[in-house]
Write a protein that binds this ligand. Structure first.
Ligand code: URA
Length: 208
């Protein structure tokens, strides 16, 4: 299974705070960005670097820098925006590709209403961000779009994942690694993750 549950003490602590029913919008929002940054650190461990020589304080020194095209971060609207600043805090020059999906109440599948992708996706690492990997429908649809546009190195960053969503992504796209702060128990009959975080979009935007 291509899922990495990042069990860092800071992530476990922050996620524990996020699960409180009385959490404020401000705190939930801040913690979502912080956990996103920590997941980004893990998901980018194998980024390519190259050595070059610079003028240092005591003469020439060999240093490393990231090589290749800039990363693209891919928030799935709307909740994915709640992780964007956290990712950009570590990868500030990343390009942002935005995907908007809405659930079609007849087919129960994801309909695309926005697909604004950056160019040269075949040369970039793509980091999809969405707080909740529930059924996996939106994630699979987003990966389908990215691959169609040429992306080859795709990773998914989610705060909480349900086993059902992990399975669906794995079946459709076994090459895509999922990074998560927690693999939770299951989905309930309404498609919410148990114990989960509730409606992450509402908590990030203060709606409902
Ligand atoms: N989306 C959410 O915001 N929460 C869930 O538990 C599942 C999907």
């Amino acid at each position: 299974m291509n899922v990495k549950e990042i069990r860092h003490p800071l992530i476990r602590h922050k996620l524990g705070l996020m699960r409180r029913s009385d959490i404020s919008t401000k705190n939930f929002r801040e913690l979502a960005q912080e956990v996103a940054a920590l997941l980004t650190y893990e998901a980018t461990q194998d980024m390519a670097v190259e050595t070059h020589t610079i003028q240092g304080w005591c003469g020439d020194v060999d240093v490393e820098k990231l090589s290749g095209k800039k990363v693209t971060v891919v928030p799935i609207l709307r909740a994915g925006l709640g992780m964007l600043d956290g990712v950009l805090s570590l990868v500030p020059s990343a390009k942002v590709s935005v995907i908007g999906l809405a659930r079609n109440e007849e087919t129960l599948e994801a309909d695309t209403y926005l697909e604004k992708l950056v160019g040269e996706l075949n040369q970039r690492m793509a980091l999809i961000i969405d707080p909740m990997l529930a059924t996996g429908g939106s994630m699979v649809a987003t990966i389908d779009m990215l691959k169609k546009a040429g992306a080859r190195d795709i990773r998914a960053l989610v705060l909480v994942a349900a086993p059902e969503g992990i399975q669906r992504v794995n079946d459709a796209h076994p090459d895509v690694q999922i990074y998560t702060a927690s693999v939770d128990q299951r989905l309930n009959e309404h498609g919410y993750i148990i114990p989960g975080l509730g409606d992450a979009g509402d908590k990030i935007f203060g709606t409902k």
